[in-house]
Design a protein around this ligand. Structure first.
Ligand SMILES: NC(=O)c1ccc[n+]([C@@H]2O[C@H](COP(=O)([O-])OP(=O)(O)OC[C@H]3O[C@@H](n4cnc5c(N)ncnc54)[C@H](OP(=O)(O)O)[C@@H]3O)[C@@H](O)[C@H]2O)c1
Length: 328
């Protein structure tokens, strides 16, 4: 047993503090699989945990990081053996269970998904929890019966992580995609991912009408609050919105009108406790339904020491696409 590098959050008198630390392997938590972490990523929730802006972390000290891709080092779980390439998203990692910003981690084997054969661990974390959540949202809209023929799909927070991956997947499936963004200067970027139309965030930021002009067959929302409320009131008869985020706020100032007068459905998307079968399906589909060159174009890489700066940037809405964190 030795030590390894980890980004550890400690409680302080004034709040919390994150720092790169030598962590003693003997202090890893229980689990039946030990994984050498290759890559992690910076998701919005990681930003909240690292900066302490929201009470994401519920145990101290905590190794931050809600997702990783890596290589099994040892296992007493019959499903995994040394050398297996694995992915983990959520299950409380980085919140209640020691997380991903570490050279080594120990988790329950039942939490792991096998890395798709044609995917590298770096690509898996370029997708990360944001991208896997985008796929869960697409799957919810499909289960609702939405097809490209039903009309365009709106993606809010489009230049962010969930948004960028959602735009790319939907465009790849032949949907017409309206990218809703507060950064119209990212219009060319969003069009390169496949957006057909760029809509300014302010168009969905005004007072919420109970019912507005029917515009989109569906939507994927990572913003919440007034944006989601306006999106619901602009959704066409029989349409659906998949909601996964709160980048604009936790509230939802809507009425029942879109639901009872237009039959609109609102689907909640949770990636953290999502059942394993759905995770496997999402990752299988990500292997073939997300264009790799587009994924590469939306991704930049940092090291563990760059995580605090990236955490502040993602909360400020300044991160475009995805950030992977090279761990070793
Ligand atoms: N439910 C789940 O399991 C799950 C999983 C993953 C993520 N999430 C949530 O989804 C959200 C997005 O995560 P992410 O990793 O994609 O973060 P992100 O990269 O920061 O993307 C969020 C985007 O939202 C837009 N935005 C930011 N602040 C806003 C504001 N005040 N008003 C309106 N729009 C704003 C920005 O896009 P533009 O500049 O293009 O407008 C920003 O890039 C977060 O709330 C996260 O917690 C939830």
């Amino acid at each position: 047993m030795g030590t390894f590098k980890a980004m550890v959050i400690e409680k302080t008198e004034s709040g919390t503090k994150a720092a790169l630390t030598d962590f003693d392997e003997a202090n890893l938590m229980d689990g039946d699989v030990t994984v050498a972490v290759d890559y992690s990523t910076v998701n919005y929730k990681d930003g909240l945990a690292i900066t302490g802006k929201a009470p994401v972390v519920r145990r101290f000290p905590m190794i931050a990081g809600v997702d990783f891709a890596g290589t099994v080092e040892s296992s007493t779980n019959l499903n995994w053996k040394p050398g297996d390439k694995v992915i983990l998203n959520g299950w409380g990692t980085g919140e209640t269970h020691l997380g991903a910003y570490a050279e080594k981690t120990r988790v329950k084997g039942d939490w792991l998904v096998r890395l798709p054969a044609s995917m590298t661990t770096r690509e898996a974390m370029a997708i990360g929890t944001a991208g896997y959540t985008a796929m869960l949202a697409v799957m919810a809209l499909e289960r609702h019966g939405l097809t490209p023929e039903r009309g365009p799909i709106a993606v809010t927070g489009a230049a962010g992580g969930v948004g960028s991956v959602a735009v790319a997947i939907l465009a790849g499936k032949g949907f017409s995609v309206s990218a809703i963004t507060g950064r119209p200067e990212e219009g060319d970027y969003l069009k390169s991912l496949g957006a057909t139309e760029i809509v300014e965030r302010k168009d969905l930021a005004g007072p919420v009408k109970m019912l507005a002009k029917e515009r989109w067959a569906g939507g994927i929302d990572s913003v919440g609050s007034t944006t989601l409320a306006n999106l619901l009131s602009m959704t066409r008869y029989g349409g659906a919105v998949a909601a996964c985020g709160l980048a604009g706020g936790m509230d939802l100032p809507t009425s029942v009108a879109p639901f009872i007068l237009r039959g609109v459905c609102l689907y909640g998307i949770d990636s953290v406790m999502c059942p394993i079968e759905l995770r496997r399906e999402a990752w299988k589909r990500l292997e073939t339904e997300l264009d790799r060159p587009k994924l590469a174009a939306m991704t930049r890489e940092i090291g563990l020491s760059g995580v605090p700066e990236a955490a502040a940037a993602i909360l400020a809405g300044q991160v475009r696409g995805r950030i992977v964190v090279k761990i070793r």
